[in-house]
Design a protein. Structure first.
Length: 245
């Protein structure tokens, strides 16, 4: 039995992108007084460090439940989404960004990193088959390879807040561009068969970040498959990305 709580999650909420842009938005739309009641989370969510960390940073109470048990809830708040997935409500997405930026670890040791390649080497899908070749090229142009999955949320926020240029294959870590400064740059490597997913273009537009993209080759119709970058073609796009008038 639970007296009062809020329901803000779905089957994608354990993903970093959906958590930061969708779930937190649904929490922020709740009246401040009602926010004092816990949000309900499946018990396995506790295994995702970024979920626990953001809730602690924002001082949002939560209550874990077991999926194989039944619960009686006297008062359950069901807030709507603030926008369709991949689009953003200006008021809430900026409030989320501002509150999390204020909480970041200022002296995390990565303030001097201005140009970043976000690696998905440790992920199970959407990796680059020729990533080492790309890293060699980017390193020669002053880029540092970062594995965001090894960083705390506060460290990721600080990293992006100080960055001037981000290059990355499409992935949840690009959600952090919501913490970048206006007029910074992002180059997204996308699947040439994915003609629908523009979530990071719209996020970059919302925060007035210069957005570029490069279409990498996929070998199947599965948009989650690994990709390969044609380095000759990528160099042309990269020159435009790096150009400063």
């Amino acid at each position: 039995y639970i007296d009062s709580a809020s329901w803000v999650v779905d089957d994608k909420s354990h993903n970093y992108f959906h958590w930061m842009t969708d779930v937190l938005g649904r929490i922020f739309i709740i009246d401040k007084q009602i926010q004092k009641n816990p949000i309900l989370l499946p018990s396995e969510f506790i295994n995702h460090n970024f979920i626990v960390e953001t809730l602690e940073i924002l001082e949002i109470p939560y209550k874990l439940f077991e999926v194989d048990k039944k619960y009686i809830i006297n008062n359950l708040v069901l807030p709507s989404r603030t926008a369709e997935v991949g689009n953003y409500n200006k008021n809430f997405i900026h409030e989320i960004s501002n509150q999390l930026v204020k909480s970041r670890t200022i002296n995390s040791g990565n303030e001097s990193i201005k140009k970043i390649w976000l690696s998905r080497e440790n992920q199970s899908r959407r990796r680059l088959k020729n990533e080492n070749e790309l890293i060699d090229f980017l390193s020669s142009n002053g880029y540092t390879c970062i594995h965001p999955d090894k960083l705390k949320v506060s460290e990721q926020i600080n990293l992006f807040k100080n960055a001037e240029s981000i290059v990355s294959i499409h992935g949840a870590a690009l959600t952090n561009i919501m913490f970048m400064n206006k007029n910074s740059k992002v180059l997204e490597i996308r699947n040439n068969r994915d003609l629908k997913n523009n979530s990071f273009f719209t996020l970059a537009s919302e925060f007035e970040i210069e957005y570029f993209y490069f279409l990498a080759e996929s070998f199947s119709n599965n948009v989650h498959d690994d990709l390969i970058v044609d380095m000759k073609e990528f160099t042309k796009t990269f020159e435009l990305f790096e150009y400063t008038p």
